[in-house]
Ligand binder design. Structure first.
Ligand SMILES: [Zn+2]
Length: 191
């Protein structure tokens, strides 16, 4: 897949209907992070203007994607089939990290940020109506449960028992604990 094809696919996905119904609030202990469809439209614009650089790369430890807030690089694993639901789910997950950077969120602790990204991506896959299969396994299993509840009652707060279950699941993994231990004050994305 060429760089321009990848950019085109990313923009199409972030502007698609399933992205246009991702909407929920998450209180990270400091501020409310409002996840809204407008964020994904803005991330698509930043990808289009190359303020965010998107690349398909080999990634370590079975990781599907990665977003670097300093360089504004968004990587997707070359192990993913471009265009597949898992590929698009990963794009939405990493774009949510980019959106948190763009919003200049403060005092963002790793596990909170991951929960936001997992739930947003789970909302995306649920909204597609496509068969979920393996995209709803592991940490995503709980995230999909949360997404289904958001779909049923859009304006209610997230199911705290399920959020806690996701948190415990992440904390049970040493790799995850190490990868998400930081508290970040995001500086935004320069256009
Ligand atoms: Zn993540």
């Amino acid at each position: 897949m060429t760089d321009s094809d990848l950019i085109k696919l990313a923009i199409e996905t972030l502007n698609s209907r399933p992205c246009a119904s991702i909407s929920f609030d998450y209180f990270n202990g400091y501020e409310i992070v409002a996840v809204r469809p407008s964020l994904y439209i803005k991330i698509a614009e930043l990808i289009s203007s190359k303020a965010i650089t998107i690349k398909i790369m080999p990634l370590p430890n079975g990781r599907n994607g990665e977003y670097y807030d300093r360089s504004n690089f968004l990587y997707l694993s070359q192990a993913l089939d471009p265009g597949s639901l898992k590929f698009r789910r990963t794009l939405v997950h990493e774009s949510t990290h980019a959106a948190i950077d763009m919003l200049k969120c403060k005092n963002m602790w790793g596990p909170h940020e991951e929960i936001i990204a997992f739930v947003a991506a789970a909302c995306y896959v649920t909204n597609t109506g496509e068969p979920l299969g393996s995209v709803s396994e592991g940490t995503y299993a709980t995230a999909v449960e949360i997404a289904k509840k958001i779909k049923r009652s859009p304006n209610s707060s997230l199911d705290w028992n399920l959020v806690s279950a996701m948190y415990s699941g992440m904390m049970a993994s040493a790799t995850y604990r190490a990868a998400t231990k930081n508290i970040t004050n995001y500086d935004g994305i320069r256009r």
